[in-house]
Design a binder for this molecule. Structure first.
Ligand code: PLP
Length: 376
């Protein structure tokens, strides 16, 4: 393993943990349920190609992305299995999707029309697509109450395209089993109203939270995302194995006299003689600026407070109580370092957001250093 990328600030990603988290999902829903790992947004910011490689030993049925460009990236990287593009895709991108063998997910009849036209232009036959049924999420999908109507139109779309799957997306599976069951009932009602034999379709509904909370809704396939990457899927759900560690080196240490001020706005003032350590990481790396004067880091297994405002490139911690610390030492801002570790969820809560946003907000400036312990 190269250490040269770990000079200033970086992310360590445990491939083995990603794999084991997917295995836990499989254990929850059972062997017969297909796995469709979500690798959108560059695998939640961690690196799509490495994530796909880490998951490969579990033989997932296919991969889930949000955009055509993400699907093309998967293909360019050599991935040959089914690729579902979950977000509605803009007009003008259907041909590219077909050209790369991607499976679009449709939410209305105008999208069906665009797909049929693109298939005709490309001379495609039986180009596969899935449909989303909106059972309460609202942002995408055909209305669950109207399935008889739009279903007939799908059935008459011609031989250029083929409906191969149908799914819905839950809005509250992280907190609420009951609301999730209500959505599932609506989804089943829509499936019953469709003029398609359900056995010819791949039926899927569960994100990470639903797969763990209501594994009996696993249907034909599940679509876990956050849990694979070490993000808790709900406070009361089994935690994943941690995947991500965010680290930065100390680039400067200062001894400052009482009254010294720190950072933009001089929001922190030294009360006595203090030792400040400047870390080579800032909000330009995706460390939330809202952690200024609130968050903490772990250095040599001890927690130290982030003081002052976080700048674009630098963050300062108070190390007065840690005499042995030197320039070049590593500070951990998310994850690991023993019992003093800072969880992703703790950081998200302090920053007033969710673990998803912390992960996907980690900027390209941080090298993603993938490691594999080789364990199953
Ligand atoms: C992102 C996404 C998922 C994964 O959700 P997690 O909460 O990260 O497990 C599943 N399905 C769809 C349609 C998504 O967009």
């Amino acid at each position: 393993m190269s250490t040269d990328r770990r000079t200033r600030a970086w992310i360590e990603v445990q491939a083995g943990a990603v794999r084991r988290n997917l295995r836990r999902i499989r254990e929850a829903v059972g062997e017969d349920v297909a796995l469709i790992p979500m690798v959108k947004a560059d695998a939640y910011g961690l690196g799509m190609s490495r994530a796909v490689a880490a998951l490969a030993p579990l033989d997932p049925w296919g991969m889930g992305v949000a955009t055509v460009t993400e699907g093309v990236t998967l293909r360019t990287g050599g991935y040959v299995g089914p690729v579902l593009v979950f977000s509605p895709i803009p007009p003008g991108t259907y041909e590219r999707a077909l050209e790369h063998g991607l499976t679009p997910c449709l939410s209305d009849l105008s999208a069906l029309g665009l797909l049929v036209q693109a298939a005709a232009r490309a001379g495609a036959s039986a180009a596969p697509y899935h449909v989303e049924v909106d059972t309460g999420m609202g942002r995408a999908g055909f209305d669950w109450r109207e399935a008889g109507t739009w279903g007939r139109e799908l059935a008459e779309a011609g031989s250029g395209v083929t409906l191969t799957g149908c799914f819905t997306h839950f809005h509250s599976a992280d907190v609420d089993a009951e609301a999730t069951r209500v959505q599932w009932k609506r989804f089943e009602g829509a499936l019953d109203a469709l003029p398609f034999d359900r056995r010819t379709l791949m039926i899927h509904a569960c994100n990470s939270a639903a797969a763990l909370r209501l594994p009996e809704l696993g249907a034909d396939g599940v679509r876990p995302g956050i849990y694979l990457y070490g993000g808790a899927a709900g406070r009361d759900l089994p935690p994943p194995e941690p995947v991500v560690t965010l680290r930065a080196r100390i680039v400067l240490i200062k001894e400052v006299p009482p009254g010294s001020t720190l950072g933009y706005g001089a929001t922190h003032v030294a009360r006595g003689w203090r030792r400040w350590a400047t870390l080579g990481i800032g909000y330009g790396d995706g460390l939330p600026r809202s952690l200024g004067n609130r968050g903490s880091a772990v250095i040599r297994r001890r927690r130290v407070p982030i003081i002052g405002r976080i700048s674009m490139d630098l963050t300062v911690v108070d190390i007065t109580d840690l005499e042995e610390v030197e320039v070049g030492d590593v500070a951990t801002l998310v994850g690991g370092d023993g019992v003093q570790g800072v969880t992703l969820e703790e950081v998200a809560e302090l920053a007033g957001t969710i673990n998803y946003e912390i992960l996907t907000g980690l900027s390209p400036r941080l090298p993603r250093v993938w490691m594999d312990d080789g364990r199953d």
